[in-house]
Design a protein around this ligand. Structure first.
Ligand SMILES: [Zn+2]
Length: 388
């Protein structure tokens, strides 16, 4: 990729022929029509949000001779440039000189049109630091991926949309990034994030590609349809909502793509599943409610997913003391499983730090996390007994 630093392009040059599209919220053209300010892969103008603080700051910087940073253009052809980075700043300047907003100065709110001549000239004559980049589309886009855009950073999916822009991304955004889509409410029960920040598009791609979003987007970049993507996404959503008929807030953001792959071929009875979900939600020993869904899908055996509450320190100490006193009298190990064994540990008195608490009656079989149901085992035996 070839880059050329331009230091003599002024604000006046850039703003020649500036058009701001109020309807779409985009700055469109500049440099007498040579410059496209918002190519397809750029975001809409956001500097006018938050009461316009950011666009005002751009103008104040020009008036105070503060640098507004490097701007990058992509040289598409001799008479055709696109803004790669700097779109928000250029749009701020263009909007200001066309009187779209005012700044505050010692005389109150000032529009460009009403400013003193010298101040106007100062703004218009400011020279910008611009890199013109020439290269293949893939070089430019690879590089665009690595630059950090000022202000609100692009989220990864927004970057990917930029890198792989084309018919597939356009269709994907229409389906998954459209806040008018009536399905969004249903999707929001299972997927975190907002449509406009590409959360649903990203999840759909993640699921269908089994985590290889880059490869998938690159492979399908020029597709004229998103059939496979839509079909897979809807299969996952339909599967979740048919297995789990109740919607719980902890379902949002789970790894549904992986769970679908692992479990969608198994049969479930939704009424039974629902009853089990409710039973587990009512169980005060379960620390991790997010784990309930995978626990049930896997046949209700892997209690590690639930992080069942363990005995507190005071309980462990009390049980240890009682167990150890008895064991010392009988001259047997204070680990009941060592005591009935036949090896050298038969009479060993373990220290508290070498032991772990165990549910005598397993939690999964109704055993409570109370002192009565607690026994201390040496670490080896506790591990061997497993997390029942
Ligand atoms: Zn033991």
């Amino acid at each position: 990729m070839k880059t050329t630093l331009k230091t003599n392009i002024t604000v006046k040059d850039i703003c020649e022929g500036f058009v701001y599209n109020e309807l779409e919220g985009k700055g469109l053209f500049g440099l007498s029509g040579k410059l496209t300010i918002q190519p397809e892969y750029q975001r809409n103008y956001i500097y006018s949000s938050d009461g316009g603080k950011r666009e005002m700051a751009v103008i104040e910087s020009l008036l105070k001779d503060y640098p507004i940073g490097l701007i990058y253009f992509n040289k598409v052809s001799e008479n055709n440039l696109e803004v790669l980075d700097g779109q928000q700043r250029i749009t701020s300047v263009g909007r200001f000189v066309t009187d779209k907003f005012a700044i505050k100065d010692e005389n109150g709110m000032q529009y460009f049109g009403g400013m003193a001549k010298d101040k106007k000239a100062k703004i218009l004559e400011t020279k910008l630091l611009i890199y013109e980049c020439e290269g293949t589309e893939s070089q430019i886009k690879e590089w665009f991926k690595t630059i950090n855009i000022a202000g609100v950073p692009l989220v990864p999916q927004e970057l990917l949309n930029a890198i792989y822009s084309g018919p597939f991304v356009t269709l994907g955004k229409e389906e998954f990034s459209n806040s008018q889509n009536a399905n969004i409410q249903k999707w929001s029960a299972y997927i975190k994030g907002s449509a406009s920040r590409q959360a649903f598009f990203e999840r759909a791609l993640d699921w269908v590609s089994k985590g290889n979003i880059y490869d998938y987007m690159s492979l399908h970049r020029y597709d004229k349809n998103i059939n496979e993507l839509k079909k897979y996404f809807n299969s996952v959503i339909d599967w979740i909502s048919s297995v789990f008929i109740d919607v719980e807030s902890e379902m949002c953001g789970l790894e549904w793509g992986r769970l679908y792959e692992e479990y969608h071929k198994k049969a479930y009875n939704p009424a039974k599943v629902s009853a089990e979900v409710r039973k587990l939600y009512a169980d005060p020993y379960i620390k991790n409610r997010k784990g309930i869904f995978e626990y049930i899908l896997g046949g209700s055996v892997d209690t590690k997913l639930l992080e069942v509450r363990i005995f507190n320190e005071a309980t462990k100490k009390a049980v240890y003391k009682e167990q150890t006193t008895k064991a010392e009298k009988k001259k047997i190990s204070n680990c009941p499983l060592c005591a009935i064994g036949h090896d050298a540990n038969k009479e060993k008195i373990w220290s508290l730090s070498d032991m772990d608490a165990d549910h005598v009656a397993a939690w999964s079989k109704g055993g409570k996390t109370a002192a009565k149901n607690c026994q201390m085992l040496c670490k080896t035996h506790n591990r061997a007994k497993g997390n029942r």
